[in-house]
Design a protein around this ligand. Structure first.
Ligand code: ZN
Length: 687
């Protein structure tokens, strides 16, 4: 199945010898401490047969874990001290006999044994400390670690096993490091000491420098592999993902998206799948089969596993659940119970999947930018947890999903391939855009597209985005305010977060913000929010500037981040109404879905496929870090969808649905019905 990326067809063709598009892969975690016996009761054939029976196309096994131990008889690395068999070699050979690709996992930035033996390889933090021996140790790939350990070990793995792919983990390797090598390199390259203080003006230079040498090092590794085996696939976990939303280094041939396995799962994984669908490279998305993430041995609920599998497949991504192998070298009961569940879900998917020539056909695109996770000028590149800076993207994804919108998510680097067929681009609280993106968006508006800036106007090369017809001041006007209703009889809508003073310089103000009663920035009514004054201010809430055949809208309230933090149902209703104003005739939209129901649309010349994914029933448990579980809801999920009609008498195939009813007007079809949760599918064949 082709993903939706015409502009990248050439790139895709050029990489076709290295890339693979598959639906189901499996990754076995195997970080094993020194005192644990390893490989004493191996059942390589049993593992491979289980995977093959479930239709797994590729399996990833550890060659080297975070402890720095290898699970094959290495001469250049550190074999696990209690290794009784060639676990990696046995598994990869057994998988190949079953027709399953065997891939090599290598911990790239964490190596306990390496860091213990060679203190000069350790990553050094800003306070001069490094990780103590005895557990995982962060290492620095800019020391001799790369040449003395990583590359020789890759060469050894190639020589012994010729894996189909090399899968590198722990991109914390690109995070700030203050080792002697890094300090000397920065002094040489920038003529200054590596900055420590967060507010040091040199941080922007340091971020850019980390980015350049990090990507160069990744490419060096990828080139080394390509020289050994041009057909091998190369992936660096996280690079190119939502947290590093920019083109991957040239030698990387697969995108690995590894969202947080704590917190909500179902909708965040859908966000990753939507983003991955716009990747020019094959994209794999990696949840775990466990309730408590990678460190757990208790099963995640079947419903959650199914939901995330469908979330991946309905956007053309590889579903790659994370599992753990028993240290003795065989599958556990959890593997045995998860694989058939996934296999059954996949057989459902296969009966519904769109035709090979179909493409994803979203109406709306949420734009993402590296400026959100990297900070202005890459100052925050690989600093801290970039996931924590994704709030506006998380919020807008969830809001549009709840509003029943047919949409996708793409970063600036994906925009050229993703914008064809889009009616509305939403820009949610992005601090900066590059000049190429600005031009692409302006061309889009000139040609009839609609742009909606939410919360702020991004800067472009230090000046505001042009053409919005609004000037945004630097002064905070209020820290919460109310949006007037878009339809009579609906409530004013509270939005929290810094709202700056804005003035129209040509745009038509459609709505004015309503301040809280006697509001001042920082005002607190007891615990916080003030009631509405019910009196519109002179501050624009929503403005519209025509441009060519299209328009640029600006919503002067941080609705995306507020929805992520405190989303309220009036916000959902308000956004639903706004979408009918901005995209009056979408290909499809859900009607009164009640939220949590994801709509995905594919089409080819003859048919339209509608997929419905029910994200209901996810609960969070825990104290501190929260873990998701989902329950099996016995009730079928109801849906109603409105579709722009392409012919007067279409045929309707209910692929995964029951009790479907269809009504028609000359311009629209309305289909309602119900499906067995979590996944429903319809196909409309245009006559
Ligand atoms: Zn370093």
């Amino acid at each position: 199945m082709s993903a939706r990326m015409p502009a990248w067809e050439i790139l895709r063709d050029s990489l076709s010898s290295q890339t693979r598009v598959m639906e189901l892969a499996w990754i076995f975690d195997f970080h094993t401490p020194a005192f644990v016996r390893v490989g004493e009761k191996c059942d390589f054939d049993g593992v491979a047969r289980l995977l093959a029976d479930a239709g797994v196309e590729a399996a990833i096994f550890h060659t080297k874990c975070h402890y720095g131990f290898s699970y094959y008889p290495t001469q250049v690395g550190t074999p696990h001290p209690r290794l009784a068999a060639d676990v990696f070699g046995g598994l990869i050979a057994a998988c190949r006999r079953e027709g399953i690709q065997g891939e090599a996992y290598l911990s790239f930035g964490i190596d306990g044994a390496g860091g213990e033996a060679r203190p000069d390889w350790r990553r050094v933090y800003a306070d001069g400390s490094s990780d103590p021996p005895g557990w995982f140790i962060n290492v620095c790939p800019f020391t001799s670690y790369l040449d003395e350990r990583v590359l020789p070990q890759i060469e050894e793995i190639f020589r012994l096993y010729r894996p189909d792919a090399y899968w590198f983990d722990t991109m914390s390797a690109l995070s700030p490091c203050y080792c002697a090598q890094c300090r000397a390199d920065f002094l040489r390259d920038a003529g200054a000491e590596l900055p420590v203080a967060e507010d040091d003006p040199l941080q922007a230079r340091a971020g850019q420098w980390r980015h350049e040498r990090g990507f160069a090092t990744v490419n060096r590794v990828a080139d080394f592999i390509r020289a050994l085996d041009p057909k091998a696939s190369v992936g660096f976990n996280q690079l190119g993902s939502l947290t590093y939303p920019e083109p991957v280094p040239e030698g990387v041939t697969v995108l690995t998206l590894d969202p947080d396995t704590s917190g909500a799962q179902s909708i965040p994984f859908s966000l990753n799948a939507a983003y991955g669908s716009n990747s020019p490279l094959p994209c794999e998305i990696m949840p775990t089969i466990f309730q408590g993430g990678w460190g757990d041995w208790s099963p995640g609920s079947p419903r959650r596993l199914e939901t995330i599998a469908f979330a991946c497949w309905q956007r053309g991504a590889t579903f790659i659940p994370g599992d753990r192998l028993h240290p003795e070298g065989h599958a556990t009961e959890l593997t045995r119970s998860a694989l058939p569940l996934v296999s059954t879900a996949r057989s459902v998917w296969k009966t519904c999947a769109p035709a090979e020539d179909a493409i994803l056909a979203p109406d709306v695109l949420v734009l993402h930018s590296p400026s959100l996770t990297n900070g202005g000028g890459r100052r925050l590149f690989a600093v801290g947890d970039p996931r924590s800076r994704l709030t506006p993207i998380n919020g807008m994804h969830r809001l549009l999903l709840d509003a029943g919108c047919n949409f996708t998510v793409a970063a600036e680097w994906q925009l050229a391939g993703a914008i064809a067929g889009i009616s509305l681009v939403v820009v949610p609280e992005l601090p900066e855009l590059d000049a190429g993106t600005e031009q692409r968006l302006l061309d889009f508006a000139e040609n009839g597209g609609t742009i909606l800036f939410v919360g702020t106007l991004p800067t472009v090369a230090g000046r505001p985005f042009q053409g919005s017809g609004v000037e945004l001041g630097s002064e905070v006007w209020q820290d919460h305010a109310y949006l007037p209703p878009l339809e009579t009889g609906t409530p004013e809508v509270l939005v929290r977060g810094a709202i700056r003073k804005a003035a129209s310089v040509g745009a038509e103000t459609v709505l004015f913000l309503i301040p809280a009663y006697d509001a001042r920035p920082g005002l607190r009514y007891g615990w916080g929010i003030g009631p509405s004054s019910h009196e519109p201010s002179a501050q624009p809430a929503l403005s519209r500037q025509t441009r060519g055949r299209g328009a640029i809208w600006f919503l002067n309230a941080p609705l995306a981040s507020d929805y992520a933090r405190a989303g309220n149902w009036p916000q959902t209703a308000w956004m639903t109404q706004l979408l009918t104003l901005l995209v009056p005739d979408p290909r499809a939209r859900l009607i009164a879905s009640g939220g949590n129901l994801e709509l995905t649309v594919w089409q080819n010349a003859h048919s339209t496929w509608l997929f419905f994914l029910d994200h209901e029933n996810e609960q969070l448990v825990g104290d501190g870090r929260l873990w998701a579980r989902s329950t099996h809801g016995p009730a079928p999920r109801e849906f109603a969808v409105s579709i722009s009609a392409k012919s007067p008498s279409p045929g309707l195939a209910a692929l995964q649905a029951a009790k479907t009813t269809l009504s028609k007007t000359p311009t629209h079809l309305t289909i309602s019905g119900e499906f067995p949760p979590p996944f429903g599918a319809l196909r409309i064949d245009w006559q």
